[in-house]
Design a protein around this ligand. Structure first.
Ligand SMILES: Cc1cc2nc3c(=O)[nH]c(=O)nc-3n(C[C@H](O)[C@H](O)[C@H](O)COP(=O)(O)OP(=O)(O)OC[C@H]3O[C@@H](n4cnc5c(N)ncnc54)[C@H](O)[C@@H]3O)c2cc1C
Length: 805
């Protein structure tokens, strides 16, 4: 056994072996893997082995498509038979709503490069003669689905990695990890110690325990899961082709052929969490959990109805095995915040679908310093301290039991709520606010009319929120709107070295004293890393604002890139809240609460300063993403209610009303302003996204400068545009393809109905040749093509006069 290695991967399941393989393909050869028992001895060996690229999350779909497409190459490279069957797969819709969703998904898949298509009941029956199609609307067919031998695939990764120089130590449990004090780790194993520069936690069922070795609580939990395998079915004896993998989305089950029988797996409600207090080390390499058929009765009945032949079939085997889930079902990948050189590759719920992609993303990140594009959907830093063990238990159980539930773009699932509330929460609830949740924090989406239940109907089309949001938008542009803006993140940078440190961290010029500036951050690759707003409150003190859900992600980046001395960074997001007021009456309303001069001359656009607001000393900044005359009032949460109450006392006379985040998003799109995750992310560069105008290319040094200069000097192949869409009862959402004739020229990043201009608007990236104003294009919305055109300028106040008023 080696005593030194560049990387020690802990865990020889499908994920750890894929990470090992991908590290070697990217040139890191001094890598080893330690496995407690035999390879696959966690959840991998008892997996059902089905794979597909489909996922309700677009980023995950892209990643799964990579892994699924890699298997033939892996088989060839390693010489290991992996029992690969590309049978094709059907995702079946038995409700009209589900059918709409599949139509929307098929369109979205075009953007992702997936070759799926819709099939009708007759073709379904032809592909899968044992299925009852009486209530079936149709299905989505994916030729790249299938199944394989999970052990074969894991061994294939390990063999291919070994061929590239990696070493695999079986029966070598890692019992502890100690920092050496030199930035490396001492890996203490049952067979001896290894000093490693990097650790990868691919511990699967034991990932929590491998996290405890370095003092972190990773947000994942195992759940029990059953499938059964039938005896041979007479229908399959003389069949000329294998059955496709079938996912009955409304029946919450999946089925594939297993020799001459079938394997039927079910996601029952409620979920059964397993080993809540920790996975026992002695959980074996061949034992399984006792089946609990009683719990499954309802779920199995649905299976037997969909595949009636199973009623008469004998059961050969029942498997009940645990595998891990995270609160949102996506894996945990990347550098674990606060633990240098310790990487996560765990929480992988569908290792046969996702293992390849997770391996590639992590290996790219480790070897180049950043993932190739936006990996936020699987980044371990998307969760923060709110994701306690109790929260994870609630959310992951909910995810399991709603595994195939339709993920509506306007739906916020109920488990784990409310975890965090702003000081205004109760006040706003009394005013009939409908709340959404972000990073554990409740924030208002919109206000339902008095007497109407405060609940939004989940829908792929415009919901019951449409009317009330329209009222809020018109009031905001007519008089003013007040928003609980506590969900923004807030960071304080302070110290004699703060200016120099931020000047390197941000690609923009820093603001002058008591001024606000938009300060994008770039990664070394020149791609966007943040769309922050910075206020210099003192010569050596800055407050920086961003999207609330990015807190752990931002803080990891800050701490990785700030100098060790001269500057400190504090995350104030939970301690400070915010109230935004925007609209023509905003100034008048604020003036009632302060003795300060907030006139245009006394408090111009993009000014910021501490002032008394109501009874509280608050930081007030003159800015608004709505494009209106607007102010953001930031103060410790304990003062927020006092400020709000005084504001609302004057509001009534001025016609100022409460508004929610939906109104903000509609108003900002009327101005063509982008937001993070949608228009801005690690996928895009400043030139593509239009953020180039905020980049101070002339600064001698900032992170990503060399790549940013290259980006500036190369005409972008695609550009962010604002589109006017001839929508009917649904606006676009995310990732729908944009067409020019039959050529796919781009995709949607976000959309909203512009209530004050009376048009459905969308933003998206299109090829440069289609970005000219007036270009007639089409976009697929819930499966139907709609005409749209590129707008030359935003439909509301294109010169920005209102926000400067
Ligand atoms: C019944 C069932 C059916 C499933 N069906 C499918 C399916 O059809 N398709 C699909 O994609 N997924 C399926 N899954 C999920 C899939 O099995 C998991 O996503 C996958 O196995 C996760 O792989 P992993 O490598 O992350 O974890 P694991 O397989 O748990 O591997 C972790 C490994 O780490 C080792 N280890 C842990 N701690 C240490 C330590 N300290 N030192 C050394 N070694 C350590 C363990 O021994 C283990 O071998 C199914 C799961 C179950 C239970």
């Amino acid at each position: 056994m080696k005593t030194h290695a560049q990387v020690v991967v802990i865990g020889g399941g499908i994920v750890g072996c894929s990470v090992l393989y991908h590290l070697t393909t990217l040139g890191w050869r001094d890598v080893v893997l330690c496995e407690r028992k035999e390879l696959t001895a966690g959840s991998t060996w008892h997996s059902a082995g089905a794979f597909h690229a489909l996922n309700s999350d677009a980023a995950m779909s892209r990643l799964q498509a990579y892994g699924v497409g890699l298997y033939p190459k892996l088989q060839t490279l390693s010489g290991q038979d992996i029992g690969l069957h590309y049978t094709g797969g059907l995702a079946v819709a038995a409700t009209k709503e589900r059918w709409d969703l599949l139509r929307a998904d098929v369109a979205r898949h075009k953007t992702l490069g997936l070759d799926t298509r819709l099939v009708g009941p007759a073709e379904i029956r032809e592909l899968c003669p044992i299925m009852d199609i009486t209530d079936v609307f149709g299905a989505m067919y994916d030729p790249m689905e299938g199944h394989l031998d999970p052990s074969g695939a894991t061994l294939a990764y390990a063999k291919a990695a070994r061929q590239n120089g990696a070493e695999v130590y079986r029966h070598t449990r890692v019992v502890d990890l100690k920092p050496t004090g030199k930035g490396s780790w001492l890996v203490i194993t049952e067979q001896g110690n290894i000093e490693a520069e990097h650790i990868v936690n691919a511990g699967g069922l034991w990932a929590r325990e491998v996290g405890h070795m370095v003092g972190v609580e990773l947000p994942l939990i195992p759940m029990e899961h059953h499938y059964l395998i039938t005896e041979d079915l007479p229908e399959l004896k003389n069949a000329t082709r294998e059955l496709p993998v079938v996912v009955d989305l409304d029946g919450e089950m999946y089925m594939r052929q297993e020799r001459m029988g079938v394997l039927l797996g079910v996601y029952e409600t409620p979920a059964t969490p397993w080993a809540v207090r920790g996975t026992p080390w002695e959980y074996g390499d061949s034992e399984l959990l006792p089946p609990d058929l009683e719990r499954l009765t309802g779920a199995l009945e649905k299976g037997f109805t969909r595949f009636p032949t199973l009623n008469a079939a004998g059961i050969r085997r029942i498997v009940n095995g645990p595998f891990t889930f995270t609160p949102d079902g996506n894996p945990l990948v990347g550098p674990v915040p606060g633990v240098p050189n310790y990487w996560a590759a765990c929480g992988v719920m569908a290792g046969l679908c996702q293992g390849g992609g997770v391996g590639l993303v992590l290996a790219t990140w480790m070897t180049t310093g950043e993932p190739d594009g936006d990996a936020y959907a699987l980044d371990v830093a998307r969760f923060g301290p709110y994701a306690t063990k109790a929260y994870v238990l609630d959310k992951a159980s909910e995810f399991y039991s709603r595994r195939f539930a339709i993920a509506y773009p306007n739906e916020y699932w109920p488990a784990g709520r409310p975890a965090k509330t702003s000081a205004l929460y109760d006040r706003l609830r009394l005013r009939n606010a409908v709340h959404g949740v972000s990073y554990g924090l409740e924030y208002p989406l919109y206000f339902a009319p008095a007497g109407v239940p405060a609940a939004e109907t989940p829908s792929l089309r415009r919901s019951n929120a449409f009317g009330p949001v329209g009222v809020e938008c018109r009031a905001a542009r007519g008089q003013a709107g007040v928003l609980d803006a506590s969900s923004f993140s807030k960071y304080e940078f302070a110290g004699p070295g703060a200016e120099a440190a931020l000047d390197r961290l941000f690609a923009a010029k820093l603001p002058a004293l008591r001024r606000v500036k938009l300060t994008p951050m770039l990664a070394k690759s020149g791609r966007l890393m943040g769309d922050l707003t910075t206020i210099r409150v003192a010569p050596d003190r800055f407050l920086v604002f961003g999207s609330g859900y990015l807190q752990a992600w931002h803080m990891r980046w800050f701490t990785e890139h700030l100098p060790k001395r001269g500057v400190t960074v504090r995350n104030l997001s939970d301690d400070w809240g915010g109230i935004a007021i925007f609209g023509p009456k905003a100034r008048e309303a604020l003036a009632h609460l302060t003795t300060e001069d907030v006139s245009q001359a006394g408090f111009p656009f993009m000014a910021a300063r501490m002032m008394d607001v109501g009874l509280c000393s608050a930081l007030v900044a003159r800015m608004s993403v709505t494009g209106e005359l607007g102010f953001e009032i930031h103060a410790p949460q304990v003062y927020l209610r006092g400020i709000y109450d005084r504001l609302m006392l004057v509001a009534q006379d001025l016609g100022v009303i409460d508004v929610g985040m939906y109104a903000l998003l509609s108003l900002r799109i009327e101005k063509g302003f982008g937001i993070w995750t949608r228009e801005f992310s690690r996928d895009y560069t400043p030139m593509e996204s239009g953020l180039a105008r905020f980049i101070a290319y002339e600064k001698p040094s900032f992170i990503g400068r060399a790549a940013a200069l290259k980006d500036r000097d190369t005409p972008p192949a695609r550009q962010l545009v604002l589109l006017d869409v001839d929508a009917l009862d649904a606006d676009a959402s995310f990732y729908e393809p944009i067409w020019r004739g039959e050529e796919r020229v781009g995709f949607i990043t976000s959309s909203a109905y512009g209530h004050t201009c009376g048009r459905s608007l969308a933003m998206g990236y299109v090829s440069a040749h289609s970005a000219q104003a007036g270009t007639p294009l089409e976009v697929t919305i819930v499966g139907d093509r709609r005409h749209c055109r590129v707008l030359a300028e935003p439909p509301v106040d294109p010169k920005g006069a209102r926000m400067r008023a």
